[in-house]
Design a protein around this ligand. Sequence first.
Ligand SMILES: C[S@@+](CC[C@H](N)C(=O)[O-])C[C@H]1O[C@@H](n2cnc3c(N)ncnc32)[C@H](O)[C@@H]1O
Length: 363
Amino acid sequence: MGTECNRAPGRLGVDETELGRRLKAQIQADGPMTFREFMAQALFAPDLGFYSKGPALGARDGPFNTNSLFPAFAFALARAVERAEAVLGEPLRIVELGGGTGELASRILKNLTEPHEYVIVEKSPGLRAKQESLGLRPVSHPSDLPPAPSFVFGNEVLDALPVNRVMGEETGELLEIYVALDQEGKFVQHLAEPSTPLLAKRLAEEGISLGRGQIAEINLGLEEFVAEVASLISMGYLLFIDYGDEATALYHYTRRNGSLRCFYKQKHAYDPFDRVGEQDITADVDFTAIEGSALKEGLMKAGKVSQGLWLENVGIHQYKEQATNADQAQDEIFQLVSPARLGSAFDVLAFKTRGLPDAPGFS
Ligand SMILES: C[S@@+](CC[C@H](N)C(=O)[O-])C[C@H]1O[C@@H](n2cnc3c(N)ncnc32)[C@H](O)[C@@H]1O
């Protein structure tokens, strides 16, 4: 039998949406759903999910602001591609994972000296339409692309993959947090036996034991995602730029409430049951799990550094030389590189196929 978790008073599902009503009907019919299922629907339900609708993705509030707002970020990514090509001596197909509105892709293409094949793997039909309207080429799934020499990267895509949520028990066992309804028909968290032994297996493999009452998000979709993406790269590099940590830090006992958070109209929001389908839901990425998945696919780790250092290594400071407004260029670089801003909020985690030299920005 499960138990209901306490939730902050006054935050029970404000602004009910059409998608919220549908999910409630589903729970009434089938019983509690995992948080992963809830989050997948909230973000990707056809027509009603946050991403499916093709939102305007802008700045996020606080330290979780987005890189793609800044043209200097696109400039630096273009330099990274060209450095990789210079070292390998051949052109690479660029594959962007989760391209959002397509603005980053458009800017990268403008910053490249030579024309390139550039494909976006984008799950959201609404965002694919936006990308197409900018003359870009999106596909819905990595399997739509043949393997080729590639530079594959994803900026803030891993944090958008749906997660299960668990809570540690005194015995060292896990309970899973499901989404259920209370007697008034409001969404409520519900603790019960885990839906799959893979949750405990993941933590055990990472040597993690959660404290009593400690909440954690576990992304069981990472392995499949990394495997699909790795299969695109006959030779080349794979880079993830995201916020996250190694498992020992991510699941440290001091992080008792996990890392799940929401964004509504670019502001931090705290309750995933509010405005279902109207707000973004995200969680920190488990870099240990990403690395394990990539190595299993035969890739080699090419390095992990803070975003600030990586951007400097690939030559972001050259952005000033070609900018029309030097002060603005300097400010953008500061926002992206400074550890007090985005420079240490994000990390760059890179992999390469066997036998290649270091990934750009890591030597
Ligand atoms: C937080 S947004 C980041 C958008 C963009 N990279 C940027 O930096 O502005 C996450 C993006 O990943 C996409 N996405 C999420 N899961 C995906 C998946 N499994 N395959 C492809 N795209 C996905 C979303 O639709 C969205 O475009």
